[in-house]
Design a protein around this ligand. Structure first.
Ligand SMILES: C[S@@+](CC[C@H](N)C(=O)[O-])C[C@H]1O[C@@H](n2cnc3c(N)ncnc32)[C@H](O)[C@@H]1O
Length: 281
């Protein structure tokens, strides 16, 4: 087998809802974590995109899932990390089930929903209950799980028998056993940076597992909500090419700085599948 070319990273400053620079069927896997609707951190961003209500926020995300569907190959997987939210509205305190809304909007975008992973975050704040819980019935269950929702575009991805890239991507038995179980309780949340500029980053272990479970060496992995680039670095570390789209200019600048620090930016001019294509950046 000839050695695979070194993986490349491509960064695009733009909108996940319209990534015209990416050709249809040019991506094998999407691993992403969008801004979560009904979380204060993302209210301003959704408002700037014209969405102030729950349904509007999910309609913004729905447009991004449609674009993921366009850019994925047949059989490609979409993996979405999302958490539910708690907020009061006119009817009082309630749950906003973002995971259910994403399941529905991604299905509307054409994806087939698959069994998902519950990421139960180990907490060192065991007393962080919403209400004391000692006197029934008015306390609330703590939201300490996030969802890793999984979808496929169409039927199974097909490979030739003994495809060398697929064989080179084989998981160890312990990885297979742990990663394909429905609850992941051994992955801590990522550091979030200063309060005034939280990143919403997810831990690299989440990205690495999803990349290795649902793509093969030499594939291209897209994160349309790239943030600090966790998915991109995990993809490259596992021998996959990566494409990141980021809308916020400040976050995009930081993303390019991080790629440069890793020697991944600017891309080598001759590297196939790389380039600084950018609608606005
Ligand atoms: C939850 S964060 C992603 C964090 C990322 N997984 C990481 O580990 O750093 C969501 C990111 O999506 C970006 N974003 C929000 N709306 C966007 C859009 N329409 N197109 C592209 N990026 C967007 C935000 O600026 C933010 O950086």
């Amino acid at each position: 087998m000839s050695p695979s070319p070194p993986p490349t990273v491509r960064l695009l400053r733009g909108d996940a809802r319209d990534v015209a620079a990416l050709a249809a069927g040019s991506v094998h896997l999407v691993v992403t974590s969008p801004p979560y609707p009904m979380i204060p951190q993302w209210d301003g961003l959704f408002a700037a995109l014209g969405a102030t209500e729950y349904a509007q926020m999910h309609s913004v995300l729905g447009e991004a899932w449609r674009e993921c569907h366009r850019t994925l190959v047949a059989g490609g997987i979409l993996a979405v990390n999302v958490g539910d939210a708690l907020r009061s509205d006119a009817g009082g305190f309630r749950l906003w089930p973002n995971h259910a809304a994403v399941l529905e909007s991604a299905a509307r975008a054409g994806f087939t929903p698959l069994p998902y992973v519950l990421w139960k975050k180990p907490t060192n704040r065991p007393n962080a209950f919403l209400g004391s819980g000692f006197l029934p019935p008015n306390a609330y269950v703590t939201l300490d799980c996030e969802f890793l929702l999984l979808f496929r575009k169409g039927g199974l991805r097909r490979f030739a028998p003994h495809d060398p890239r697929r064989l080179a991507s084989r998981l160890a038995r312990a990885e297979r056993d742990a990663w394909f179980s429905q609850v992941w309780s051994d992955v801590r949340g990522a550091p979030q940076g200063p309060r005034e500029r939280r990143t919403g980053a997810f831990p690299s272990a989440i990205a690495e597992r999803l990349v290795r479970m649902f793509s093969v060496v030499g594939d291209t992995v897209l994160d349309p909500f790239a943030g600090t680039g966790t998915t991109l670095w995990a993809a490259v570390a596992s021998g996959r090419n990566a494409v990141g789209v980021e809308w916020d200019p400040v976050v995009y600048d930081e993303l390019t700085r991080r790629a440069r620090a890793r020697g991944l930016w600017p891309p080598a001019p001759s590297a196939p599948g790389s380039g600084a294509g950018s609608p606005g950046g």
